[in-house]
Design a protein. Structure first.
Lengths: 430, 405
C-alpha cells in the first residue's frame, strides 16, 4: 500500500507536538510495511525520518527559525506567533493571514506533484487543517480516498473564543471531503460532530501513543531544579505543569487551586514551565494570591531540563480547558509522577490510574493536590499504577488500527466506484 | 535678614539583580555580577556610564565652585550601596567625593545604608542599616551625619520622633501642598511631638524646575535662564530658606550636558551670592540657625515620588508587596546565621529600587518607571528578584543543616 501523508513538520524542525506525533505514527506504519511518502511544505534533511520513509519537499523554502535560533518548521500552531507564542501580537496577525496563504501554496504544490505523477498514492492521509486543503485537492486530482486526522480544531486553539473563520472553513471543507476522519480523542470527536456537523460514524477515535523506549532517563547528576530538590528532602511536594502559557492550558485555575492547597499544606512548590502571552497575567495572579514564593516560573525548557522537570515532580497537573490529547501526560507517567488531568483533556480517556477534575473546579483540584501531598501511599498507588498502564502503550497498536482503517476506506471506495459504474451501465442499458 | 539656599543632592546606585533565572537558584549565589556587558542590569557598566556623564563632571564642577565661592555649601547623601560599587569598580570616583567633603563645606546626610524601606517593615533592621551607614560614612569621609533623610524622603510623624530621639538636628521631607496647606516650605519646622529636631521641607516647585522641567521644551518657561530662576528663588522676601533637594544624577544623567544644566548649576552661586544678604547653608546649619516657624503633623507617609507623593511607586501592586513582605519575613532568620555574606546579600535585596522596577504604574505609558528600569518589564524584574529570594532561602536551609548539632 502506498500512503501519502501530508504533514506540516517533522522533528527536528518541529514547533510542537504535531511533528512528534506524525513522526511516531509514520515510523510505526513503516514498520508494518506501509510505503510512505511524507510531504512537507519546506525543504530540509530529516535523517531519522528518511531511514523509514521518503520525505518529499513540496517547496524549496527552508524551515523557519525564530529569534532564539530554534527551528520552528512552518509553525504548526495556527495564528500563534512562533516567537512569542501569542495569538494577539502583530506577528500572529501576519502569520494568521500568512498561514492560510502558506497552506494554499502548499496545496498548489501538492496538487502539481500529484498531477505530474510525482506522487501516486493509494490513499491520502492529511494532518490537521494546515494540510487539509492539499488533501482535498490531491483527492480530486488522483481520485484516491482521503483520511483527515484531527489533532486539534480551531475551537481548541482559540481556548473558548471563536477562532479564525477562515480556518474553520478550511476545517469544515476538509472534514466534509474526507472519506474518513481520525480524531485523537473522544473529546475531539465530539467537537467535530457538534461544531462541524459531521455524522458520528464517519469519525474514528485514534488516541495518540507513546513508546516507552523512546524516552531517555536522566542518568547524570545535574544541578537543575536544585531548590526543588532541596525542598523535597525536607518533605515538600513538587507540582509541575508543562505547556504554553495560554488560555487553552487553564493555568489560572491551577494557580487558584495552588492557593487553596497551600492553605492546608504550605510545603508545596509549583514549577510552571513554558512561555506564552499569559505569562505576565499569571505572574500577577500568583502575586495577588500571595503565593509568589511557592510558584516558580521556570520559562521554556527543553532537552535535559525538560525531562528532569518530569523527574523532579511528584505531581503533574494538566489543567487544560481544552486539550485534544495531551501527550505530555504520558511522558509524565513515564518519569514517575502522579497525574491530575482535567476532564477536558483527551489523554484522560486512555488512563485509569489518574485523578480527574473539571478544569474550572479549583476546589476539587486543590483537594487532589492536598491529598496526594499528604498521603505517600496514595501517591505511590497513582504513580505505580499509571506507570504500569503506560507500559502497554505502543505506536504499533495505533499503526495496526490505522492500517485496518485504511483498508476499510479503500474497500469502501472500490465498492462505491463499482456501484457507480454499475449504475452507469444500467442507465446506459436503459 | 539673610536668606540661604539649602542645596541637597542625593547620590545612589542600587545593586541591580542580574538576569538571575530559576536555574540559578540554589546553584549560583552571585546575584549582582551580570556577565552580559550590554545588560541593563550590569552594575559595573552602569556605574561607569553614569560616572562619565554625571558624577565626574559634576564633582569637578562642584569642587571648582567651592574653591571660587567661599560661601557656597551643599549637602549630599550617599548610600552604602553606591560606596560599595565605587570601591569595587571605580575607586577614583570615591576620591572625587572625598575631595568635596574635605573642603569642610559639604555635609553628608544620614540614611539607610541600603536605601531600603526598612522603616516601614522592621524598625530594628532600620536602626541597624542607619548605624551601618553612619559607620561607613565615618570610615570613608571621617564625618558623622547629624541630619537624616529616609529613603525617597519617605516621612511621617514616627520618623520625625525617631530622628528626635536619636539626636539628629534635622530631618528632610517633601514640602507637599496637602501637608503644608497655607504654609511655605521656605522655613524650618518642627515635627509634631518632638523636642529638638527640625524639619526641612523640599521646595518641590523650584527643585523640580531644575530636576525635571529644565529641558522640557513643552514647558511654558523653557528655556530656564538663571535670571528668571533667580527671580523665583527670591520671590518670598521674608523667608529664611530655599530648600533645593534633588537627585544628584539630575546633573548630566537626567538632564544631559547638552541641555545646559551644568552651566546653569555653575551660575547658581555666582548669581545668588551677588546679593549680600544671600548665602548657602548645609542642612544641619540651617537647622541650627533658623527657628522653627510651626509644627508639622504628617500622620501619613509622604515621599518625593510621582504625583501621588506616597509609597505607591514601591508598594503599589501585589508583586511589590509580595517581594518586600517575603524579604523582610526572612530578616530574623538571616540575622541569626551571623553569615556576613548572606546578610549582605539579603540586605542588598532590601534596596527600594527592586520593588520600584516592579511598578506597573504608568507601565503602559513607558514613563519614568520604565526609563529607569534595567529589565524588559516589571514582571521580569519580579521573577529575577523572587529567584534570588528563593536562593537566600536555600542558603538559610543549608546554613541551618550545617550548624545543627
Amino acid at each position: 500500500m502506498k500512503l501519502m501523508m501530508l504533514g506540516w513538520e517533522l522533528p527536528p524542525y518541529n514547533s510542537g507536538g504535531l511533528g512528534v506525533a506524525c513522526y511516531q505514527m509514520a515510523k510505526a506504519l513503516a514498520g508494518k510495511g506501509v510505503d510512505i511518502q511524507f510531504v512537507l511544505p519546506y525543504k530540509a534533511r530529516h535523517e531519522d525520518s528518511e531511514k523509514f520513509m521518503e520525505v518529499v519537499a513540496a517547496s524549496n523554502t527552508p524551515p523557519l527559525v525564530n529569534d532564539k535560533g530554534e527551528y520552528v518548521a512552518m509553525g504548526a500552531y495556527s495564528g500563534t506567533c512562533p516567537t512569542c507564542q501569542s495569538r494577539e501580537c502583530d506577528h500572529a496577525r501576519e502569520y494568521g493571514q500568512g498561514f492560510v496563504a502558506a497552506t494554499r501554496k502548499y496545496a498548489d504544490q501538492v496538487e502539481k506533484l500529484v498531477r505530474r505523477h510525482k506522487l501516486s498514492p493509494d490513499i491520502i492521509h492529511a494532518h490537521d487543517w494546515l494540510t487539509m486543503e492539499a488533501g482535498v485537492r490531491a483527492k480530486e486530482v488522483s481520485g484516491r480516498p482521503l483520511v483527515v486526522h484531527v489533532h486539534a480544531t480551531e475551537f481548541d486553539r482559540a481556548g473558548g473564543h471563536l477562532g479564525n473563520p477562515l480556518i474553520h472553513e478550511i476545517e469544515y471543507n476538509g472534514l466534509m471531503a474526507a472519506d474518513r476522519i481520525f480524531a485523537v480523542s473522544q473529546i475531539t470527536k465530539d467537537i467535530i460532530v457538534r461544531e462541524y456537523h459531521i455524522p458520528e460514524d464517519k469519525v474514528e477515535v485514534v488516541h495518540n501513543s507513546l513508546d516507552p523506549d523512546e524516552l531517555e532517563r536522566t542518568i547524570i547528576e545535574t544541578n537543575n531544579y536544585m531548590y526543588a530538590k532541596e525542598l523535597r528532602k525536607h518533605g515538600w511536594t513538587v507540582v509541575a505543569s508543562i505547556g504554553r502559557l495560554t488560555v487553552q492550558k487553564g493555568l489560572t485555575y491551577l494557580l487558584e487551586s495552588a492557593a487553596l492547597a497551600l492553605a492546608h499544606n504550605p510545603k508545596l512548590l509549583f514549577l510552571v514551565s513554558g512561555t506564552g502571552e499569559q505569562r505576565d497575567q499569571l505572574i500577577e495572579l500568583a502575586a495577588d494570591l500571595g503565593i509568589s514564593d511557592r510558584v516558580v516560573f521556570v520559562g521554556f525548557v527543553r532537552g535535559e531540563r525538560w525531562r528532569e522537570l518530569y523527574e523532579i515532580a511528584d505531581i503533574f497537573v494538566m489543567p487544560s480547558v481544552s486539550e485534544p490529547f495531551g501527550l505530555t501526560a504520558l511522558e509524565a507517567a513515564h518519569y514517575g509522577t502522579a497525574l491530575l488531568i482535567s476532564k477536558q483533556s483527551g489523554v484522560g480517556e486512555v488512563l485509569r490510574n489518574i485523578m480527574r477534575f473539571d478544569y474550572w473546579d479549583t476546589r476539587k483540584l486543590a483537594d487532589e493536590i492536598i491529598n496526594i501531598s499528604l498521603s505517600p501511599s496514595l501517591k505511590k498507588e497513582l504513580m505505580e499504577g499509571v506507570k504500569e498502564e503506560y507500559l502497554n502503550f505502543s505506536w504499533n497498536d495505533v499503526a495496526e488500527k490505522l492500517s485496518r482503517e485504511y483498508h476499510r476506506v479503500m474497500r469502501g471506495r472500490r465498492r462505491a466506484m463499482h456501484d457507480d459504474s454499475k449504475l452507469h451501465l444500467e442507465r446506459v442499458a436503459a | 535678614m539673610s536668606k540661604a539656599i539649602v542645596l541637597y543632592m542625593h547620590v545612589h546606585q542600587p545593586w541591580r539583580v542580574r538576569e538571575y533565572s530559576a536555574f540559578d537558584t540554589a546553584v549560583d549565589h552571585n546575584y549582582w555580577n551580570e556577565a552580559n556587558h550590554h545588560s541593563g542590569a550590569n552594575n559595573a557598566r552602569i556605574l561607569r556610564k553614569v560616572a562619565e556623564k554625571s558624577y565626574f563632571p559634576t564633582n569637578a564642577m562642584l569642587l571648582d565652585m567651592l574653591n571660587s565661592h567661599p560661601e557656597f555649601k551643599l549637602s549630599l547623601s550617599i548610600t552604602g550601596t553606591f560606596l560599595e560599587q565605587c570601591e569595587a569598580y571605580l575607586p577614583e570616583l570615591l576620591s572625587s567625593f572625598k575631595a568635596l567633603v574635605d573642603t569642610g563645606r559639604v555635609e553628608i546626610v544620614g540614611e539607610t545604608y541600603y536605601h531600603s524601606l526598612a522603616f516601614f517593615y522592621n524598625r530594628a533592621e532600620f536602626d541597624r542599616q542607619v548605624a551601618l551607614h553612619a559607620k561607613k560614612i565615618k570610615d570613608v569621609f571621617g564625618v558623622t551625619p547629624t541630619a537624616f533623610r529616609n529613603t525617597e524622603l519617605a516621612y511621617n510623624n514616627d520618623l520625625g520622633r525617631w530622628a528626635d530621639i536619636h539626636g539628629y538636628k534635622a530631618v528632610l521631607a517633601e514640602g507637599w501642598d496637602s501637608v503644608l496647606g497655607w504654609r511655605s516650605p521656605n522655613y524650618a519646622y518642627r515635627p509634631v511631638s518632638t523636642q529638638n529636631v527640625k524639619l526641612l521641607l523640599k521646595n518641590y516647585k523650584l527643585s523640580d524646575d531644575m530636576a525635571f522641567r529644565f529641558s522640557n521644551r513643552g514647558w511654558a518657561e523653557w528655556p530656564l535662564t538663571m535670571d528668571k530662576y533667580a527671580g523665583w528663588l527670591d520671590a518670598e522676601p521674608d523667608s529664611p530658606l530655599v530648600n533645593l533637594f534633588v537627585d544628584y544624577e539630575t546633573f548630566g544623567e537626567h538632564q544631559w550636558a547638552d541641555t545646559g544644566i551644568f552651566e546653569f548649576l555653575r551660575q547658581l552661586p555666582h548669581d545668588w551670592l551677588s546679593r549680600p544678604e544671600h548665602t548657602f547653608m548645609t542642612v544641619s546649619e540651617a537647622a541650627d540657625s533658623v527657628e522653627a516657624k510651626d509644627y508639622i503633623d504628617m500622620p501619613h507617609t509622604v515621599t518625593w515620588a510621582d504625583t501621588e507623593r506616597d509609597l505607591s511607586a514601591w508598594l503599589g501592586n501585589r508583586m511589590q508587596q509580595e517581594s518586600q513582605g517575603n524579604i523582610y519575613n526572612l530578616s530574623s532568620a538571616v540575622m541569626e546565621t551571623g553569615d556576613e555574606n548572606l546578610i549582605s546579600d539579603w540586605r542588598r535585596l532590601t534596596t527600594s529600587d527592586h520593588p520600584y522596577y516592579m511598578s506597573t504604574k504608568y507601565w503602559n505609558d513607558g514613563d519614568v518607571h520604565a526609563y529607569f528600569s534595567p529589565y524588559p518589564s516589571p514582571y521580569d524584574a519580579f521573577l529575577y528578584y523572587m529567584n534570588a529570594l528563593r536562593d537566600i532561602k536555600y542558603r538559610l536551609m543549608q546554613h541551618n543543616q550545617n550548624h545543627k548539632g
